[in-house]
Design a protein around this ligand. Structure first.
Ligand SMILES: Nc1ncnc2c1ncn2[C@@H]1O[C@H](COP(=O)(O)OP(=O)(O)OP(=O)(O)O)[C@@H](O)[C@H]1O
Ligand SMILES: [Mg+2]
Length: 488
C-alpha cells in the first residue's frame, strides 16, 4: 500500500512539519530530557531510556525517531526490535499512531521501508539476521526492548552510523530494566568501552511507570499492586538483581481455570524440554481468536529415552492438530541414546509412529527475555474482559487447573542466590531445579507476539490522514449521492 496525498506533494511546509506535525505533544519530564539529549546534545551519542511497564518508552522513541528523520532530508534511519513480529505488534503500532500521515511519501510494505516527504528513509527490521546489518549506512537507529538483543548486535549497529546527511549521528535504546545485564554494564559501568571519553558519550535515563501521568488510573493500580522485586524492576526500573520467587504475579484465582474443550480451529503449540535422567517435559497450549494463551495439558517423566517420550507425545496429542512444536535449540547438538541428535530422534520417532513429519521449531531460549514476556502475559489488563468471569480485568495467559506440575514449578521457580563477591558483576539466573515445564511455558510464550500496555492517543483527527484512492472515491460518492448509502 502506498500512502500519499492526492498530488503526491507535502501538505505542510518543512517548518510546519517540524513545528506542528512532530513537535506537538507534551513530553513527560524524562521524555523531554531524553529527546533533548538525543537530538541536541553534542556530547551523547548513545542514550538508553530504561523504564517501567507503560513508562512511555515506545511513545518517546517514536517521536524521537520522527524528529531525527525530519532533520535529515534524504537520510536514513532504522527502527528495530529483536524480531519483526514483535516490532509489528508493539513498536510499529505506536509509531503509526503518532505519525502524521501527511509526512509520508511512500510506505513499502514488503520491505518495511517508510519514505518521508523529505526523502528520509526509515527501515523497520528484526535484528535476528545480523549479516543483513553489515551493509547498512545509517544516520540513526532505535532499538526498542533492547534487552532481547545481544550486545554484539548493538556493537555492530554502532559501526553503521555513517550516513553523512544526519547532522548528529546517534543510536538510542528503550527497554525495561533487566537487572545488571549487558546494557547496564555498558551504559552505566562503561564495560567493554575503550576509555572514559568513550563512556562519556553514553547516557542512561530512568523512567518509573508512576511518572507517566497519561496512564489510566486502573493500569497504575495494577502496577502498584506489584510488590518486591517485581515492583522495583517493572515499575521503578531498578537495576537491583532479583531474589526469591520469579513469578509472584501468578495467582491461581486469576490465571487458573477449569478445563474446557479447546475448539479445533484454535492455533495449538507444543513445547518440548528434553531430559534423559532429568524429566522430559511437554506442554500443550492453544491460542484463542483474541490472542489469549491457554495451557491445557502437561507431561513430565524422568528416566526414559526419546522413543518412550515421543510415543507418549503422540498418544496424548491424539487427533489434535498441533501447529508447531518448540524444542530447546540445544537439541541440535546433544546426542541421545541412538547416537543421533535429539531433534533428529524426535523427528524419526514421530514419523515412525504417525507417518507424518513433526513440525519442529527451535525455541528462543533467551531466559531473561522469556521471563519478561511471561510477566507481560501474566499482567492483568484492567480493560480486558475475563473470558470466564466476564468481568473487567484479565491476563493474557491461563492454565487449566489440572496442570499441577506446571503450576507448582511456576510457583516454586526461584532466582539462584548471588555470590557476594562483586555486586556489579552479579549475574542473575534462575536456580536449576524443577524447571522443565516452566521452560516449555517460556518457549511457548516467547513464540507469541509481545504485548504492550496502551494505545497512543490519536493526536491527528482521522480526516487528516491520507486516504487510499478507494476510500477517497467512496467518500466523494457518499458526498454526492448520500441517498445511495445505507445509514449505519
Ligand atoms: N508524552 C505523552 N503524552 C501522551 N501520552 C503519552 C505520553 N507518553 C506516553 N503516553 C501514553 O502512555 C501509554 C504508554 O506509553 P508507551 O506504550 O510508550 O509505554 P511503554 O513504556 O513503551 O510500554 P510497554 O511497557 O507496554 O512497552 C500509551 O498509551 C501512550 O500513548
Ligand atoms: Mg513499549
Amino acid at each position: 500500500m502506498t500512502l500519499s496525498n492526492e498530488q503526491n506533494q507535502p501538505v505542510l511546509t518543512e517548518e510546519q512539519q517540524e513545528k506542528n506535525a512532530v513537535l506537538e505533544f507534551e513530553p513527560l519530564p524524562k521524555q523531554e530530557l531524553f529527546i533533548e539529549k538525543v537530538l541536541d546534545s553534542p556530547r551523547y551519542k548513545f542514550v538508553w531510556y530504561v523504564g517501567g511497564f507503560g513508562s512511555g518508552k515506545t511513545f518517546i522513541g517514536s517521536h524521537t525517531a520522527l524528529r531525527l528523520a525530519l532533520r535529515a532530508p534524504n537520510g536514513r534511519g532504522l527502527i528495530a526490535r529483536q524480531t519483526l513480529v514483535d516490532l509489528k505488534a508493539t513498536t510499529m503500532k505506536t509509531f503509526w499512531e503518532v505519525l502524521d500521515r501527511r509526512l509520508v511519501k511512500k510506505w513499502n510494505k514488503t520491505e518495511n521501508l517508510l519514505t518521508l516527504y523529505n526523502g528520509h528513509e526509515i527501515y523497520f527490521w528484526g535484528l535476528d539476521d545480523i549479516e543483513k546489518l553489515k551493509s547498512l549506512e545509517l544516520g540513526w537507529f532505535w532499538i526498542d526492548e533492547v534487552n532481547e538483543v545481544d550486545e554484539m548486535t548493538f556493537n555492530v549497529l554502532k559501526g553503521r552510523l555513517r550516513n553523512k546527511t544526519q547532522p548528529k549521528r546517534c543510536g538510542f535504546l528503550t527497554s525495561n530494566s533487566e537487572g545488571k545485564n549487558w546494557t547496564y554494564q555498558q551504559f552505566v559501568r562503561g564495560k567493554g568501552l575503550r576509555s572514559l571519553a568513550d563512556h562519556a558519550k553514553f547516557l542512561t535515563i530512568k523512567a518509573p511507570s508512576t511518572e507517566n501521568i497519561h496512564l489510566p488510573e486502573d493500569y497504575l493500580e495494577v502496577l502498584n499492586s506489584y510488590t518486591g522485586d517485581l515492583h522495583s524492576r517493572y515499575v521503578l526500573a531498578s537495576f537491583d538483581v532479583f531474589e526469591g520467587q520469579i513469578f509472584p504475579d501468578l495467582k491461581r484465582d486469576v490465571h487458573c481455570i477449569k478445563p474446557f474443550a479447546i475448539p479445533d480451529e484454535w492455533l495449538k503449540i507444543g513445547g518440548i524440554d528434553h531430559g534423559e535422567r532429568n524429566p522430559t517435559a511437554f506442554n500443550w497450549a492453544a491460542v484463542s481468536p483474541r490472542g489469549d494463551l491457554y495451557f491445557y495439558r502437561e507431561y513430565s517423566r524422568p528416566d526414559a529415552f526419546v522413543d518412550e517420550h515421543c510415543k507418549n507425545l503422540v498418544e496424548m496429542t491424539g487427533n489434535e492438530k498441533i501447529d508447531y512444536w518448540l524444542i530447546d535449540p540445544s537439541a541440535k547438538s546433544v546426542r541421545g541414546k541412538t547416537g543421533k541428535k535429539i531433534d533428529q530422534e524426535y523427528r524419526e520417532e514421530y514419523k515412525k509412529l504417525t507417518g507424518k513429519d513433526l513440525k519442529l521449531r527451535y525455541a528462543n531460549n533467551d531466559v531473561s527475555a522469556g521471563i519478561a514476556r511471561v510477566h507481560r502475559y501474566l499482567r492483568v489488563d484492567p480493560q480486558r474482559v475475563h473470558p470466564i468471569t466476564k468481568k473487567e480485568g484479565a491476563p493474557r495467559v491461563f492454565f487449566f487447573d489440572t496442570l499441577t506440575t506446571t503450576l507448582d514449578e511456576l510457583e516454586g521457580y526461584k532466582w539462584s542466590k548471588q555470590s557476594p563477591t562483586d555486586e556489579n558483576d552479579a549475574k542473575e539466573a534462575p536456580r536449576k531445579k524443577d524447571d522443565h515445564n516452566v521452560d516449555c511455558v517460556r518457549y511457548i510464550i516467547m513464540s507469541r507476539p509481545d504485548i504492550t500496555i496502551g494505545t497512543a492517543l490519536q493526536r491527528f483527527p482521522k480526516e487528516d490522514k491520507v486516504k487510499d484512492p478507494h476510500s477517497q472515491l467512496l467518500e466523494v460518492a457518499q458526498r454526492n449521492n448520500p441517498e445511495d448509502f445505507v445509514k449505519l
